[in-house]
Design a protein around this ligand. Structure first.
Ligand code: ATP
Ligand code: MG
Length: 379
């Protein structure tokens, strides 16, 4: 079966210069090489790509030899990172065949087989993510009806959703992410399949889900992502202690605004907000034992965080920040004028203050005066 080849002249300024160089160099030494995946999808819908990935017929070793400043990475499947600065690299992957060795429950055991361009297209997750771009000919190469899916704005699975979700349950979360990102519909076959297979997410390592969570919520549409995760019944596999509140909604809308305005965001803040309700609940349970407030507060924080890390990993630096934000709430609510100056100098003051403000604008309107007080004190 021949692919659809559609000539599309993207504005060259939108395509990363270094990625263009990598493709050219690989072509010159006789290998096929294309831009692939998210970057083509984003260019087609008029969004700015985050990064530019390259797929090639060259083996990782051949790529590594061709580029002096490159390194081989990855165990299960080897990739090459070509370095352009200390922070910037272009990722090059060899075409991979979809031949997979499955375990009995369908999870991928090994998919470390090189393949052809066609095979590489079919092992990808969604048709909108399965497009390649031939820079030299200015052509999009489409084996999977990805162009059609982009035009009708629909997330469709490459292959059978049930099988592909069993192979890798994280694709269910990805489906939601791309639906929201592209403001697209989801193929009803995918929706039905998510309902059936959501439980498989319980087996995904907490570290991988941490990476996914960052991608889910650190973007301009985190509020919509949250709503969709709830709607599809997936939120409980990421944050089972979390229930929707006006505080969470307000924070997510705020996070999106910050990202639009290129302000910094930290996952610590989001985790602190998502788990605040659980933290309070636990505090009230423990408080009946009448130990000191600070000990109880600490214990409640520990309990909630350790339950959370069973699902989604929280690196130590992150859980420490979350705890700081929580513990500082009481101080922000109650401390004396004298202590206030000290508190302002605390490295986590700003985060804890922002947290208090968002609480006062949602679940705790009685804190509005206090939020104003801190605002004035800072200026
Ligand atoms: P983003 O803009 O968020 O980076 P992306 O589509 O580039 O989106 P990546 O996670 O960077 O997403 O993956 C790059 C490409 O690799 C995808 O476009 C898709 O073709 C393929 N891919 C990634 N994860 C999977 C997966 N779990 N199963 C199948 N294919 C995948
Ligand atoms: Mg990407």
């Amino acid at each position: 079966m021949n692919p659809i080849r559609q000539t599309i002249h993207f504005d060259k300024k939108l395509i990363d210069k270094d990625a263009q160089k990598v493709v050219k160099t690989l072509n010159q030494v006789g290998h096929e090489a294309y831009l692939v995946g998210g970057c083509i999808r984003d260019l087609l819908v008029g969004q700015k790509p985050k990064d530019f990935d390259i797929a090639t017929s060259a083996t990782p070793e051949q790529v590594h030899k061709t580029f002096k400043r490159s390194r081989l990475i990855g165990k299960r499947f080897r990739l090459v990172h070509i370095m352009f600065s200390s922070r910037k690299y272009i990722e090059v992957a060899t075409f991979r065949s979809g031949k997979v060795k499955n375990t009995r429950n369908g999870a991928i055991l090994r998919d470390n087989f090189y393949g052809t361009l066609r095979e590489d297209a079919f092992r990808r997750d969604f048709s909108v993510n399965g497009l390649y771009y031939d820079i030299e000919k200015s052509q999009v190469i489409d084996y999977v009806d990805g162009l059609e899916a982009i035009n009708s704005s629909e997330i469709r699975m490459i292959g059978n959703p049930a099988e592909r979700f069993k192979e890798d349950p994280v694709r269910m979360i990805r489906a939601i992410r791309f639906k929201v990102k592209l403001d697209a519909k989801i193929d009803p076959k995918i929706s039905i399949s998510i309902t059936k297979h959501a439980y498989l997410l319980a087996n995904i390592p907490a570290a991988r889900l941490y990476d996914e969570c960052i991608k889910l919520f650190h973007n301009e549409k985190s509020f919509e992502v949250f709503e969709q995760l709830l709607k599809f019944g997936l939120l409980k596999y990421l944050f089972r202690q979390t229930k929707e509140t006006s505080f969470i909604n307000k924070t997510l809308i705020n996070t999106s605004k910050r990202i639009k305005n290129r302000k910094t965001v930290t996952p610590a803040f989001l985790f602190a907000v998502f788990l605040w309700g659980a933290q309070n609940k636990r505090f009230n349970e423990l408080n009946k034992k009448k130990k000191s407030r600070i000990l109880t507060m600490n214990q409640a924080s520990e309990d909630v965080i350790s339950k959370q890390t069973e699902q989604v990993l929280m690196p130590r630096w992150l859980s420490n920040r979350v705890k700081d934000i929580w513990l500082m709430q009481y101080q922000l609510e109650n401390c004396s004028q004298k202590k206030a100056k000290e508190l302002i100098a605390h490295p986590r003051f700003r985060m804890a203050y922002d947290f208090l403000v968002l609480r006062s604008e949602s679940i705790n309107p009685e804190l509005a005066e206090r939020a104003k007080y801190w605002n004035q004190l800072q200026h």
